[in-house]
Design a protein. Structure first.
Length: 428
């Protein structure tokens, strides 16, 4: 690796099971006695729905080219949407060991991380919804025993996070198991914090407001945990305007680290000409938020026509329930960039940390060129950013590839899209 390329020393956003390679999955499914045919049929059906092609799953382990077939289906090497990503990830769900005490995946992944030379690794794990408290404890005990037995000086230093589902009932249950386990075992060592992952569509940050304030913030005080939140990654359920606002609102509520925030940084020109539909309630919330924050937005260079915003809000309130259908035109692209810039400046002053995932954003964020990547924008506007591979197995990447992406994106920072008249001297 050339001296000009940054070495990725830490991975701060990575899902443990998403590290499994196609070859790992093929090996896991090799023994027919260990395969769950029902789960594989579910994977095949979901894959067909997302990609429009049925995977030849019955040939993965019977055909001479089966391993290549599996690899072709599992690895998402071209840009796609979140459903397509999830359809690939479902193969992991179908094949991983079902015994909660099984730490073979952790061992395998850490061996790889060690050979690369990372100094810090922060994998996220999750409890399947079908697990009981006893099974969750078996998993926590196994992780604590394995990670606790490694020498303090050995690299990488590993601290893991628990990813909670978007479903509040399960999120509360899984958090309570984790906290009870910490109390009963008298340790929270090796736990970096708690994350909210999974599909964010239809789940505005306000859904977690009470849970965050009553459960997570006290846990942070007790254990010093990071509270991380996947947001602004997938916004096909609303406008890019609202997706940018969701990023800011997540910080406002108290999350300490925000995952992806693609909407905040991606070049809005990529959306030019595309149509979107925004639910009525989302648009009402957005217009009210703009009115509440217009002074700060103005100070950061985003000027609102207040009379126009009030007029739009009044019209919406007169016809409740009607979704807003619109298209991103030239003026929207320009205004979106100014809105991104204003919100970035507001966040920068509050020292929020964004977890940026280069390959993941290329594949799911519809980004082609490095200057359009959210990380280029975050770098230009000096937001505090850490990096992650997210699901390197699905995205067919590793830390070498990510280091190259990061170097390429940083070289492209000067070329990011900024509206005319908002050049270098006016940026800050
Ligand atoms: Zn993630």
């Amino acid at each position: 690796m050339g001296a000009s390329q940054p070495l990725v020393e830490s991975d701060h956003h990575v899902h443990l099971y998403g590290c499994l390679t196609a070859q790992d999955l093929w090996q896991l499914g090799k023994d027919p006695c260990k395969r769950d045919e029902g789960l594989l049929a579910w994977y095949a059906q979901k894959y067909l729905e997302a990609w429009g092609v049925r995977p030849r799953v019955e040939e993965y382990w019977s055909h001479p080219e089966g391993a290549s077939l599996l690899q072709g289906d599992y690895e998402m090497r071209q840009p796609g949407n979140f459903e397509q990503f999830q359809a690939c990830f479902n193969l992991i769900i179908a094949l991983v060991p079902k015994n909660p005490s099984d730490i073979s995946v952790l061992q395998k992944v850490l061996a790889r991380v060690r050979s690369y030379g990372l100094v810090f690794f922060e994998p996220r794990i999750t409890f399947p919804l079908r697990w009981s408290k006893h099974q969750a404890y078996q998993c926590l005990d196994a992780y604590a025993h394995y990670l606790g037995s490694s020498k303090k000086s050995s690299k990488p230093e590993v601290k893991w996070m628990l990813s909670l589902p978007r479903d509040l009932k399960y999120a509360a249950l899984h958090l309570s198991w984790l906290e009870q386990w910490c109390v009963e075992r008298g340790t929270s060592e090796k736990i970096a914090g708690v994350d909210i992952a999974f599909d964010e569509r239809g789940c505005p940050p306000s859904v977690f407001k009470t849970f965050l304030q009553e459960r997570l913030l006290p846990a942070r005080q007790r254990y010093g945990w990071q509270l991380t939140y996947h947001v602004g990654e997938e916004f096909s359920d609303k406008s890019m305007w609202s997706a940018i606002r969701w990023v800011y609102q997540s910080w406002e509520l108290g999350w300490t680290r925000l995952g992806h925030c693609t909407a905040l940084g991606v070049n809005p020109q990529l959306r030019y000409g595309q149509s979107y539909t925004e639910p009525w309630q989302e648009r009402v919330t957005h217009l009210r938020w703009l009115l509440q924050h217009h002074v700060e937005l103005h100070r950061e260079g985003f000027v609102l026509e207040l009379a126009e915003v009030r007029h739009q809000l009044k019209r919406l309130l007169q016809s409740p329930g009607q979704p807003v259908v619109s298209t991103y035109l030239d003026k929207d692209v320009l205004r979106l960039r100014l809105f991104q810039r204003a919100v970035a400046r507001m966040l920068r002053r509050r020292e929020v940390v964004i977890e940026s995932c280069p390959s993941s954003n290329y594949r799911i964020g519809g980004v082609i060129l490095p200057q359009d990547h959210p990380l280029a924008f975050f770098t230009r506007f000096q937001l505090h950013t850490v990096w992650g591979t997210d699901d390197p197995g699905v995205f067919a990447t590793d830390w070498h590839h990510e280091a190259r992406h990061i170097a390429e994106i940083k070289r492209a920072v000067a070329s990011i899209y900024l509206p005319a008249g908002y050049g270098e001297t006016n940026v800050f």
